[in-house]
Ligand binder design. Structure first.
Ligand code: FAD
Length: 529
């Protein structure tokens, strides 16, 4: 570790880590670095950078075993480091052992094949080249287990799951799944080879790779995934009840939550729900919180804020697929706002209308918070931000399936109407300012490219996944609802494909799925007040 700190402090100060994970501190002990030296003027490096970035995302969960960094040798403050490391050609890939000597120039990868899958497998090989003495501390064993290791576990109760990947000798799936799950607790992943006949016969497995799961209660069964691919196995295992990500910001391990969400002694009872459904209770609770709590902190609305509020009410009044009493309330609010020539409206007047005047005519929005699909396992997790995402996904899908809904409003024939309204709502009103800043950066970067209502649906999905990727493993993640790339393969198997060993989305299928999932017919009235 001392050697590593030496290398890191002296030479890595300027290394812009693509992974940029908040857990990274100068004292963070990692096992291996794999660094391409590149130069920003080198056309080849520029062309290669998307692959390198994709790789960084692909192996993000391996970071305690292997990290990826990138150093621009064309930057003046990096000249000395590149010289010291003897880098003459770009890009240069170097691998550094976890516990190498104080100064180590690394090992150069000389192969011509720089495909993502090849480099990823090379990283696995390099990890396995460590000896018992210099084996990276946090790295789980990657060698195959034997039937003698696995068979005694069968039928035994345990405080965690054991997943066994059974595969051919040349397969990397087992090692990749082991590394994918190394940041998770509540589960151990092992691999065994298909040549271990006594085990494969006992488990009844004859096609490879396959996965077998030993449950904490002693039962065991083959893992039923649609496609026997790394991404499918890993996603399935990450979503098992009781399996959750270790909090990497503090490094503090959490207790496994095998008793189910919330556990005993919490005031509010857990509501069962299906993750394949959207819940009206979440949408209405979100609207209630937005109108009566978040917006109510603004004494008056004028200028940009008033315009944003009017557009927001237009969008929800026209597109919200809710109960008659709520839609009527939103429509009446819209009529009132449009009819008012005022440039400044006290928010109390809006609240009075919503809370008192409309109620008399049967227009009504519940003032109870009732989170269902958005309930968190602890107070302070999920809830309102979850409902806001859900609301805007529903609205983009409504705009795509009812193209005339915004006719005769200021937003008609604008395929970005919902997204622009969301963007302005987030910037002007969303309580989390930092979130607003990030969202605005994403909007500036790519919102102008959205040209149709279908693209708007996909844009929001993509950006939401980008946020999920950034927040995975941070304090705001509910351990019971890990921030994974969504929809997971169990929700939409056809959305996922693999090309050259890399996970890719089938965006046509994703669009179909989003339209079904966030469509009016999939919104459940369960648990509503
Ligand atoms: P959420 O991310 O809130 O998702 C809600 C539900 O949407 C999920 O349960 C799932 O069913 C579905 N879903 C998940 N991913 C997708 C997808 N890609 N497409 C469609 N549906 C999906 N928190 C921060 O700490 N930092 C931030 O910078 C930040 N930025 C935010 C920006 C916006 C615009 C919003 C609305 C919230 C932001 N948050 C941020 C909050 C954060 O994104 C989560 O909403 C919050 O942590 C609650 O997470 P959750 O587990 O309920 O899932």
């Amino acid at each position: 570790a001392a050697a590593l700190v030496e290398v890191k402090e002296k030479r890595w100060d300027h290394c812009r880590l693509l992974l940029n994970h908040p857990s990274w501190t100068p004292r963070h002990v990692f096992c291996l670095l794999c660094q391409p030296f590149y130069s920003s003027w080198c056309g080849h490096c520029i062309q290669y950078s998307p692959t390198w970035k994709a790789l960084a995302g692909d192996v993000k969960d391996w970071e305690q075993a292997i990290r990826i960094g990138v150093l621009d040798c064309a930057q003046e403050n990096n000249f000395d480091i590149c010289k010291e490391f003897g880098v003459h050609f770009y890009p240069t890939f170097r691998y550094f052992k976890a516990r190498g000597p104080t100064f180590d120039v690394g090992k150069t990868y000389k192969g011509a094949d720089r495909e993502l899958q090849t480099v990823r497998q090379l990283m696995v090989n390099f990890l396995q080249n460590h000896t018992r003495q210099d084996w990276p501390v946090s790295c789980p064993p990657l060698e195959p287990s034997s039937s003698a290791d696995i068979l005694p576990l069968m039928g035994q109760k345990s405080n965690q799951y054991t997943a066994v990947i059974v595969e051919n000798e040349d397969s990397y799936v087992g090692r990749e799944v082991i590394l994918d799950l190394m940041m998770y607790q509540g589960l151990t992943v092992k691999r065994v080879l298909s040549s271990d006949k006594s085990l494969t016969e006992k488990l009844g497995i004859n096609s490879f790779p396959s996965a077998y799961l030993l449950h904490p209660n002693g039962t065991h069964a083959i893992l039923d995934v649609r496609k026997r691919l790394r991404f499918f196995f890993s996603s399935f295992l990450k979503l098992l009840l009781g399996v959750h990500r270790k909090l990497s910001t503090t490094g503090a391990p959490q207790e496994p939550l095998l008793d189910g969400p919330r556990g005993p002694g919490t005031a509010e009872a857990w509501k069962d729900f299906e993750k394949s459904k959207v819940y009206m209770a979440d949408l209405e609770s979100g609207l209630h919180y937005l109108l009566r709590v978040e917006l109510a902190t603004h004494q008056t609305l004028e200028g940009e804020e008033l315009k944003t509020f009017k557009d927001f009410v237009t969008v929800v009044a026209k597109l919200f697929p809710g109960r008659q009493s709520v839609v009527k309330l939103l429509e009446t609010l819209l009529e009132w706002l449009v009819s008012l020539p005022l440039e400044k409206i006290p928010f109390d007047a809006i609240l009075d209308l919503v809370n008192n005047k409309m109620r008399i005519s049967g227009m009504f929005l519940s003032d109870q918070l009732q989170w269902v699909g958005c309930q968190g396992s602890r107070v302070g997790l999920r809830g309102y931000p979850c409902s806001l995402w859900t609301l805007f996904h529903v609205l983009t899908v409504q705009a795509a399936s009812r193209p005339d809904a915004l006719a005769n409003t200021s937003l008609e024939e604008n395929p970005k109407a919902v997204l622009q309204t969301m963007r302005r709502y987030i910037v002007n009103f969303f309580g989390c300012q930092e979130c607003g800043k990030h969202f605005e950066e994403m909007a500036v970067e790519s919102l102008p490219q959205v040209k149709s209502v279908d693209q708007a649906v996909l844009w929001l999905w993509r950006k939401h996944n980008q946020v999920n990727g950034r927040l995975a493993g941070t304090m705001s993640e509910d351990p019971h609802f890990p921030k994974t790339q969504w929809p997971s393969p169990d929700l939409c198997p056809t959305c996922h494909e693999e090309q050259d060993g890399i996970h890719v989305w089938n965006e046509d299928k994703v669009l179909m799925f989003l339209k079904q999932h966030y469509g009016a017919a999939n919104i459940s009235p369960k648990h509503m007040y």
